[in-house]
Ligand binder design. Structure first.
Ligand code: TYM
Length: 331
């Protein structure tokens, strides 16, 4: 079986709808056809300041959310990055074949460091994409399901794999980004030209999966649309309505063309109210499942122990080969 690998940061108390529609829903479906490895990149999380207790809790809560959406630990390897030391070890080697300017061109780094100011920007934030490349290359992943905002990091990962393979010897699979066009970028409900993100200036346009469903339904009913009345998929002219249609089709499975036909003659209020209903139906059982998984700390930690053991088996082999090729003495 080909291999799929992906990760999601534990930097919020809840995953959001953009995470789920852009990436996580594909993690679940890809379990059927791939050898799947999914993990929580908690070492990426500390590239910006974190409260230590919160970070530990959010890491477990992230695992609970993955289980609740349908990641099956019997079929997928589920693990936490810091429990597999090979990630940091490979990242060091890769950082030594990454150009300083090459890393500096990453737009996510440029955006984040501009926002924080040079004084508050760490070297860790700068080398973040190199650690991400290590995450992927350690496992010889074929496919990496992510949203649009990770495309450039995947491009860097591919370049580093190819560079290492030519400079030394064929060592890494060159991975492909699995980015699904229709859902690659879910937009903020209040500013439908910006991606839905936990770091937006207000959370009025952000749907957290674990929030009170009533709060989320209200946010959907207050979503920004436009001054026309027509319900039509047209991301250029009608970004707000189009975003709602994407969310609708993703949650209900009804194709967008069918939705356009069904809503002919109806108003934005009808669309919003149906999207809100679909969301409530999706998150209500999810929230109680997360609670259940979180209440059994022993079981969570057993899943992680088994996951990191399997991950280390694969990662250790890749790392040993890398060290040997580069000329580093191994353990
Ligand atoms: P993170 O934790 O920010 O986001 C997790 C996933 O959610 C996607 N996503 C979105 N998709 C569509 N619309 C949105 N508004 C939206 N917001 C977020 C992201 O693209 C991502 O797929 N660097 C990664 C974590 C990472 C990783 C890896 C991923 C670390 N190592 C190795 C894959 C492979 C990140 O910060 O994702």
């Amino acid at each position: 079986k080909p291999r799929v690998l992906s990760g999601i940061q534990p930097t919020a108390s809840s995953f959001h709808l953009g995470n789920y529609l852009g990436a996580l829903q594909y993690w679940v479906t890809m379990q059927d056809d791939f050898d799947s490895m999914y993990f929580i990149p908690n070492m990426h999380a500390i590239t910006v300041a974190q409260d230590p207790k919160e970070l530990q809790h959010r890491t477990r809560a992230s695992i609970a959310q993955l289980l609740a959406i349908g990641i099956d630990p019997k079929r997928s390897t589920l693990f936490v990055q810091s429990q597999v030391p090979e990630h940091a070890e490979l990242a060091w080697v890769l950082s030594c074949i990454t150009g300083f300017g090459e890393a500096g061109r990453m737009t996510q780094f440029k955006d984040k460091s501009a926002k924080q100011g040079a004084e508050n920007t760490t070297v860790g934030l700068y080398t973040y994409p190199v650690l991400m490349a290590a995450d992927i290359l350690l496992y010889q992943a074929d496919q990496v399901p992510v949203g649009e905002d990770q495309r450039q990091h995947l491009e860097l990962t591919r370049n580093l794999a190819q560079r290492f393979n030519t400079r030394f010897k064929k060592t890494f699979v060159v991975p492909e980004a699995h980015i699904v066009k229709g859902t690659a970028k879910i937009y903020d409900l209040q500013d439908p030209t910006a991606k839905m993100s936990k770091s937006a200036s207000t959370d009025a346009g952000l749907i957290n999966l674990l929030d009170d469903p009533k709060v989320s339904a209200k946010k959907i009913r207050s979503a920004v649309t436009d001054t026309e009345r027509e319900i039509r998929f047209d991301p250029e002219q009608k970004p707000g309505v189009s975003n709602l249609l994407v969310i609708h089709t993703s949650l209900t499975g009804t194709p967008i063309v069918t939705l356009e036909r069904d809503y002919a003659g109806k108003g934005y209020g009808d669309l919003k109210s149906d999207v809100a209903d679909a969301l409530v139906e999706f998150v209500t059982p999810l929230r109680s499942k997360v609670e259940e998984y979180l209440s059994d700390r022993g079981e969570l930690d057993r899943i992680l122990a088994a996951g990191s053991e399997r991950a280390r088996e694969i990662a250790g082999k890749t790392l040993a080969r890398v060290y040997d090729r580069v000329g580093l003495l191994t353990r």
